[in-house]
Design a protein around this ligand. Structure first.
Ligand code: A3D
Length: 306
């Protein structure tokens, strides 16, 4: 098994470190800036020797070294600075993602591609179009992160360990993301029977603003520990053929009443990539939020003039 990560900045390098410690795959990291990927890979190799890890990590600025990758993760591109929305990154990151996808098509034509670059839903659609790969093999990471953030805030509010909180955050990776409260349970009980409406609204609000809160605190970039752990979760589900249902930014062709866009929905992940899109029953209000997310994503796709 070989996993390549393109973009060895905060998210890419931290994801590589998570995956290396899981020790189920060799890792190749790349970056357009010479030395960055090589230096970080060398540093991680030294740590791997200390920890007795069996798999290897290498770093390069030569994109052809992603050859024969089973999974390619795209974490290259600009990150938000304070005051910016994810959509502000659209044109610059689109140019970066286009070039990378052409190279993936050439060098790793059988790979599964996980997109992380923002604005996520639009970059995932772009990657799908440029690679021309099957929609089962090109998808984005966002919902796993948004779900983790919801579980964190719900855990604090209910004084319950986060692994006892089940939820699903769907929709776009933006202000309209949609935590599915009817499917949220704390210690097996519906969230509405554990917390007041005010508390639940506060958790939803904090989840939607979590990324911006980290950006405002860091001042120089955006979140990376939780995004990196989320990438590792998805890559591991694929590599181990776990058939786990994880919120995934997937191409829809009629599911949830939406077509020709990529948006967050629960997907069963396994060695084929997306093995199934899970269709959950949504309330009228949730359907309306999904439609609003879809309109916003389609507007962004239009701006790319594909
Ligand atoms: P940063 O630490 O700046 O790293 C980005 C890296 O990409 C830098 O090392 C660049 O040199 C490199 N790069 C730029 N262009 C290329 C190229 N053409 N080929 C190879 N490498 C290149 O940013 P980051 O790691 O914090 O964030 C990376 C991206 O992930 C940004 O677009 C973020 O907005 C996005 N992000 C998404 C999520 C989601 O949940 C979807 C979470 C966190 C970050």
């Amino acid at each position: 098994m070989k996993i390549s990560i393109i973009g060895s900045g905060n998210v890419g390098a931290t994801a590589a470190w998570h995956l290396l410690q899981k020790d189920f795959s060799d890792i190749a990291i790349t970056d357009v800036v010479a030395g960055i990927a090589e230096g970080k890979a060398l540093d991680m190799s030294h740590a791997a020797a200390l920890l007795g890890l069996k798999h290897k990590i290498s770093g390069t600025s030569d994109m052809s070294r992603i050859k024969d990758s089973d999974i390619v993760v795209i974490t290259a591109g600009l990150a938000r600075k304070p005051g910016m929305t994810r959509l502000d990154l659209l044109q610059k990151n689109a140019e970066i993602v286009k070039g990378i996808c052409a190279s993936i098509k050439e060098n790793a034509p059988n790979s599964i591609v996980i997109v992380v670059t923002n604005p996520l839903d639009i970059m995932t659609y772009l990657a799908l179009k440029i690679t021309g790969f099957s929609a089962k093999k090109v998808f984005g990471m966002a919902g796993v992160l948004d779900t983790a953030r919801f579980r964190h805030y719900a855990s604090i509010a209910s004084d319950t360990p986060s692994d006892k909180i089940e939820t699903n955050v769907l929709g776009s990776h933006g202000d309209l993301m949609l935590p599915l409260l009817n499917y949220t349970k704390i210690n097996g009980k519906p969230i509405s029977s554990v917390l007041s409406k005010e508390k639940i609204d506060e958790i939803v609000d904090k989840t939607r603003n979590a990324g911006a809160e980290v950006v405002a605190l860091l001042q120089t970039g955006s979140a990376y520990y939780a995004p990196a752990a989320s990438i590792a979760e998805m890559a591991e589900a694929i590599a181990r053929d776990s058939k786990k249902a994880l919120p995934t930014c997937a191409y829809l062709n009629g599911e949830y009443g939406l077509s020709d866009l990529c948006i967050g929905v629960p997907c069963v992940l396994g060695k084929g990539g997306i093995e199934k899109i899970v269709e959950l029953e949504l309330s009228a209000e949730e359907k309306s939020i999904m439609r609003k997310c879809a309109e916003e994503i389609k507007q962004g796709i239009k701006e790319l003039n594909l």
